[in-house]
Design a protein around this ligand. Structure first.
Ligand code: NVA
Length: 323
């Protein structure tokens, strides 16, 4: 396998980027597992790869990724597949019916068997427990491509987008409006690591998991929970929302429509936030539900820059874990 010893800096006079040894050949399951230095390295490496894609075009020649998808995917699937190919590697995509994780074949057998053939496993699975079990038994890195509890690769690329827009993450205030779900959890963990501030407004009963809030606060994170979206967005640098009904929660969709209606990100809410506020969404977006067309399509919307950056961050993740 190609060895990435030193990553040249994007700008002259910057010290070379050196991978923290702790990132080599490890799993990426939760942002709670990464140190500030490791996250910082991934952000810098993604910027470097974005600036000089040709430099890395054969960096992972001969590497194969297996992708297990138990849920639909556009952004994650497309960007991981393109990323490994653009680094010189190849991909094997496996749907949930053919794999039958934990049903047709035990999760540990899938993990051990795939480890014989491939260099990394990307898993988008229903239950976080499944990705933990895959990681426990795989002998190659397992990457979490979304579970019901976290979406770490999304959050990493979102902080890259914020870094590009704001120049610095240490004093950025991110207002989360909506469901305290998987994406929120990963953003909260990373905020605590990066010194970003987070105000989280959810309907009562839809708060982020208590353990996530407690971990973030214990680590000195400035994360505040509230129920009033107006309070959360006032003066924020960015307003972030996600679907009201995540994949796997479809049986609750009708009830959620009512509960989440006051949390729609629309022009009046962006006015409450202030003229400086940008808009983010991990997508797919349900236009007309959690966000209006006007906000999605406005010049303050970062959604397509977020989508673009998924590709660069996935490359950084592969290079950091596999090279
Ligand atoms: N919270 C959403 C994120 C999709 C990328 C879901 O889990 O469906």
């Amino acid at each position: 396998m190609h060895q990435l010893k030193i990553v040249p800096p994007t700008e002259k006079n910057l010290p070379p980027l050196v991978r923290p040894p702790s990132l080599a050949h490890r799993h990426l399951i939760s942002l709670h597992d990464l140190t500030p230095e490791e996250i910082d390295f991934l952000l810098k490496l993604a910027q470097e790869v974005k600036a000089k894609p040709a430099h890395y075009k054969s960096a992972l020649e001969g590497t194969t990724l297996a992708m297990i998808l138990e849920k639909p995917s556009l952004h994650t699937r497309a960007t991981f597949e393109l990323a490994i190919r653009q680094l010189g590697g190849q991909v094997l995509t496996l749907g949930w019916e053919e794999v039958g994780l934990g049903k047709r074949e035990a999760v540990k057998d899938v993990a051990r068997t795939l480890s014989q053939w491939v260099d990394a496993i990307l898993a988008r699975v229903q239950s976080h427990q499944t990705v933990l079990e895959l990681a426990e038994h795989a002998t190659v890195p397992v990457i979490n491509g979304l579970t019901d509890f976290e979406h770490p690769c999304q959050a990493l690329s979102d902080y890259l987008t914020l870094l590009e827009s704001k120049g610095n993450l240490a004093n950025v205030t991110l207002a989360w409006v909506g469901d305290g779900n998987n994406v929120a959890h990963s953003l909260i963990y990373a905020a605590a690591r990066l010194g970003a501030h987070m105000r989280i407004a959810t309907p009562p009963g839809y708060e982020p998991d208590r353990s996530v809030m407690a971990d973030a606060k214990r680590e000195g994170g400035d994360v505040t929970l509230m129920h009033d979206p107006a309070e959360a967005v006032a003066g924020a640098d960015v307003v972030y929302t996600d679907v009201w009904t995540s994949m796997g929660m479809e049986h609750e969709a009708e009830a959620r429509q009512e509960v989440f209606r006051p949390y729609q990100v629309n022009c009046p809410m962006m006015r409450l936030a202030g003229p400086q506020a940008l808009f983010m969404h991990c997508q797919p977006a349900r236009r007309g539900e959690e966000v209006t067309d006007e906000v999605m399509d406005s010049p303050r919307s970062l959604v397509y820059q977020q989508a673009a950056n998924r590709l660069h961050m996935q490359k950084a993740i592969f290079l950091a874990l596999l090279s």
